[in-house]
Design a protein around this ligand. Structure first.
Ligand SMILES: Cc1ncc(C[n+]2csc(CCOP(=O)(O)OP(=O)(O)O)c2C)c(N)n1
Ligand SMILES: [Mg+2]
Length: 644
C-alpha cells in the first residue's frame, strides 16, 4: 500500500508521527514547526503545513518567527526545557534564510540540544540555475550555502530525490533522540523536490516511538571509579547539564547526602541541587563562588557529572590545582567522559549516580571536611545578601537587580539569559531551587539568544513565569521575537538592563590592558577620536513598546521590584527597563579566565596586564596524569583504610 504525497507533505506527516519514550513516558518528538517562508519553501513545506493545519492532515502546529537565527534559538530553548525529549522543527527559505540558521545550529550543537533544521535548497534539477539567492561555485555545481551547516550539525543530509527521504528522516530522528549524539540535525530540501509527488509506503507514516536510552555503567569501569572515590579525602562533585537532562537531580542529592561530598555546578547544571541544600557550594570556575573554587583548588578527586568542562568551569584548567588531582567523569558521551584523563564512566547520569551511590555504600568523607565547607558557605551566603542590597548610587548595581528578582520571583519561575555580564553574576549569585528554573545558555554564550530563548522556554512550559534578562547589547542584536510573543499570545517578562554598552567586555578589556576600547555605546568624541563621548539618545523602552510589549521604565531598585511584581501578575508580555552602573563592584570569584594579552605593546596598561597574565598562566595544567594507574592497589588500600 502506498500514499501519494509531495516530499514536503510526507515530511510533515512523518514528523507528526514521531514520539520519544523514556522511563515509559511518551511525548511528541517534534511538537511543532517554526518558519519563515520565501520562494524556497512557500510552495513546498508552506503548502504542506497549510494542508496539515486546515485539512487535519497532520498535527504539526506552525509558528511564524521574525528571524531564522532566533527561531533556532527558540527551538533549542524549547528542547532544553523539555530535557531534550522534545524539540521543534525550523523551516527556512533558501539562501539567507538558511544561512541565518547557522548560528542557531552552532548554539544547539555546542549545548548538545536537539533541533531539526529544514533549510530549503536550490533546484535539484538545476534547470533554472542560478535561482535567486543561489551561491554559484564555478568549481562545483553541487555546492550550496547549506553546506555551511555541515560543521555545526550532528547529522546533515540533502534530499535530492524523493527516494532518499525515508532513510534521511530516520537517521535524523535517531540522532535527535540519541543523548550522546544529539545537536542540530539538518535536512536540506531543494525547492523542486519539496513539491515533487511520490508514492510512499504507508508504514513510513506509522506511529514511531524512539526510546531515549539510559546507558548503565560498565561494571569494570564503575569499580575503578569507586576505588578512586573511596581513596579520596577532599572530593568535589561538578554537576553539569547532563544531570538536569537525565532528570537525575534526586539521584544527585541522594549521592551527596550519602557521602557528604560537596556539590558545585555549572550553568547547565544549576538548580540540580537547590542552592540552600547544606551540601550545595554554588557555581565552580571563572565566575563561580569562592567557596566552590576553594574546594576545587584543593580537591583530590573531581567527580564530573554530565559536564563538558568548558574553560569557564575549569578556569581555563587552573581551578583544579591539587597536583595529585584525578577525575572521575560520568557522562553519556564517551568524548566528554574521557576529558582530563579521567576514569571515564560512559553512562546516563541517573543510572550512573544510582549505581555509584549503591557501590559507595558505607563510605563518607570526613565530617571536618563537611563542617569546613558548610562554614564557608554560610559566610558566602551573607556576602551574596550584601551584594543583593548594595545601595549603589546613583544608578544601582546589577547585583541589586538580581536581589530584586530574588525577592519577587517564585522559585519555579525561569530565568533566561546567555551573554554579557549577567551570566557571570548569575552563576555566582543566583539562588536556584529547581533544575528547570535556570536557562542560561553558556556553551555558545550567544548574544541574541535571550528573548528568542525565553519564547521557546515559555512554549515548552507555559505554566511557569519566564523572566528574560537581557543587556542592551543583546537586546539590540535580537529583540524582534517580542513581536512573535505578542502575535502568539505568549507572555514573557523581559528585564532590560541598560548600561550603554558592554559591561562584560568593558571589564574584560580593562583587565587585559585594553582600556575598555570600543565597549561603550557612546557618541564619537572629537577630543579623543574614540567612541567615549556622550551617552546616546537611544530609547530601548520605546523600541520595546513599538514592538507591542507593555513597558515599565524604572530607575531605582524599589521601582524595579514593584515593576517586576506588576509584570509577573500581568498576562501580557512586559518589558521592564532599569538603568544600571556598569562599573559597580561585584564579589570576586577568586578565579581566572585565559584571555591572551599582547606580548609586546606600546601601552603601559597592556604591559602590566601581560605581566599579570604570564604569572596566572603559569598555573595552567594539562590534567594528563592517568586517573588511577593502580586501580587494584588503590582499591586494596581503601578497603584496608575502611577496615573492611
Ligand atoms: C553574537 C555575539 N557576539 C559577540 C559576543 C561577545 N560578547 C560577549 S558579551 C558582549 C557584550 C554584551 O553586552 P550587553 O548585552 O549590553 O551586556 P553587558 O555586558 O552590558 O552586561 C559581547 C559583545 C557574543 N557573546 N555573542
Ligand atoms: Mg550592556
Amino acid at each position: 500500500m502506498t500514499t501519494r504525497l509531495t516530499v514536503a507533505q510526507a515530511t510533515v506527516r512523518f514528523l507528526a508521527n514521531q514520539w520519544t519514550e523514556r522511563d515509559g513516558v511518551e511525548q511528541r518528538l517534534v511538537a511543532g514547526c517554526f518558519g519563515i517562508f520565501g520562494h524556497g519553501n512557500v510552495a513546498g513545506l508552506g503548502q504542506a503545513l497549510l494542508q496539515a493545519t486546515t485539512q487535519g492532515d497532520a498535527d504539526l502546529p506552525y509558528h511564524l518567527a521574525r528571524n531564522e537565527q532566533a527561531m533556532v534559538h527558540a527551538a533549542a530553548a524549547f528542547a532544553k526545557t523539555r530535557n531534550r525529549l522534545q524539540t521543534l522543527a525550523c523551516t527556512a527559505s533558501i539562501g539567507p534564510g538558511s544561512t541565518n540558521m547557522v548560528t542557531g545550529a552552532a548554539l544547539a550543537t555546542t549545548n548538545r540540544l536537539p533541533v531539526l533544521l529544514l533549510p530549503s535548497d536550490f533546484f535539484a534539477t538545476r534547470v533554472a540555475s542560478p535561482v535567486l539567492q543561489e551561491l554559484e561555485d564555478p568549481r562545483s555545481y553541487d555546492v550550496s550555502v547549506n553546506d555551511a551547516l555541515k560543521p555545526v550539525s550532528r547529522f546533515w543530509d540533502r534530499v535530492n530525490r524523493p527516494e532518499q527521504l525515508p532513510s534521511a528522516l530516520l537517521a535524523a530522528m535517531r540522532v535527535l533522540t540519541d543523548p550522546a549524539e544529539t545537536g542540530a540535525v539538518t535536512l536540506c530540501l531543494p525547492q523542486d523536490v519539496q513539491a515533487e509527488a511520490f508514492d510512499w509506503p504507508e508504514e513510513m507514516f506509522d506511529r514511531r516511538v524512539w526510546h531515549v536510552r539510559r546507558p548503565v555503567p560498565e561494571p569494570a569501569v564503575l569499580d575503578r571509579a569507586v576505588a578512586t572515590i573511596r581513596a579520596a579525602r577532599r572530593p568535589l562533585i561538578v554537576a553539569g547539564g547532563g544531570v538536569v537532562y537525565a532528570d537525575a537531580a534526586d539521584a544527585l542529592v541522594r549521592l551527596a547526602e550519602a557521602t557528604g561530598v560537596p556539590v558545585s555546578d555549572t550553568h547547565a547544571g544549576k538548580g540540580a541541587i537547590p542552592w540552600d541544600h547544606p551540601q550545595a557550594v554554588g557555581g565552580v570556575g571563572s565566575t563561580g563562588s569562592p567557596v566552590a573554587n576553594r574546594l576545587a583548588r584543593e580537591a583530590d578527586v573531581v567527580i564530573g557529572l554530565g559536564t563538558r568542562y568548558s574553560d569557564f568551569t575549569t578556569a581555563s584548567r587552573t581551578q583544579f590545582a591539587n597536583p595529585g588531582v584525578s577525575f572521575v567523569n560520568l557522562n553519556v558521551t564517551a568524548f566528554d567522559s574521557a576529558k582530563h584523563s579521567a576514569v571515564a564512566v560512559v553512562t546516563d547520569a541517573r543510572s550512573g549516580l544510582t549505581a555509584l551511590t549503591e557501590a559507595l555504600a558505607g563510605w563518607r568523607v570526613d565530617e571536618d571536611y563537611v563542617a569546613a565547607y558548610q562554614a564557608h558557605q554560610t559566610e558566602w551566603n551573607r556576602e551574596v545578601d550584601h551584594a543583593f542590597r548594595l545601595g549603589h548610587e546613583p544608578a544601582p548595581a546589577q547585583t541589586e537587580v538580581l536581589g530584586a528578582l530574588h525577592d519577587v520571583l517564585d522559585p519555579s519561575d525561569v530565568i533566561v539569559q546567555a551573554a554579557g555580564s549577567l551570566p557571570g553574576d548569575l552563576q555566582m549569585l543566583w539562588r536556584a531551587r529547581d533544575p528547570k528554573s535556570y536557562n542560561v545558555e553558556y556553551a555558545y554564550s550567544c548574544m541574541g539568544y535571550e528573548i528568542a530563548g525565553g519564547l521557546g522556554t515559555k512554549m515548552a512550559d507555559p505554566g511557569r513565569e519566564v523572566f528574560v534578562l537581557v543587556g542592551d547589547g543583546s537586546y539590540l542584536m535580537m529583540a524582534q521575537e517580542i513581536v512573535t510573543a505578542v502575535a502568539e499570545g505568549i507572555k514573557l517578562n523581559i528585564v532590560l538592563i541598560q548600561n550603554h554598552g558592554f559591561a562584560s567586555i568593558g571589564a574584560l578589556s580593562d583587565s587585559v590592558g585594553s582600556q575598555r576600547f570600543g565597549t561603550s555605546y557612546r557618541r564619537r568624541n572629537p577630543d579623543t577620536g574614540l567612541l567615549d563621548g556622550e551617552v546616546l539618545p537611544v530609547d530601548l523602552a520605546a523600541n520595546a513598546a513599538s514592538l507591542g510589549a507593555d513597558v515599565i521604565r524604572t530607575t531605582t531598585i524599589d521601582e524595579l521590584r514593584a515593576a517586576l511584581a506588576k509584570s509577573r501578575a500581568s498576562d501580557r508580555t512586559t518589558v521592564v527597563e532599569i538603568v544600571t552602573d556598569p562599573l559597580a563592584p561585584v564579589p570576586s570569584s577568586d578565579s581566572w579566565w585565559d584571555v591572551p594579552v599582547a606580548e609586546t605593546s606600546q601601552l603601559e596598561s597592556t604591559r602590566a596586564a601581560r605581566a599579570a597574565y604570564e604569572k596566572d598562566k603559569a598555573a595552567q595544567r594539562g590534567y594528563l596524569r592517568p586517573a588511577d594507574p593502580n586501580a587494584a592497589d588503590t582499591r586494596k588500600s581503601s578497603k584496608e583504610r575502611d577496615g573492611r
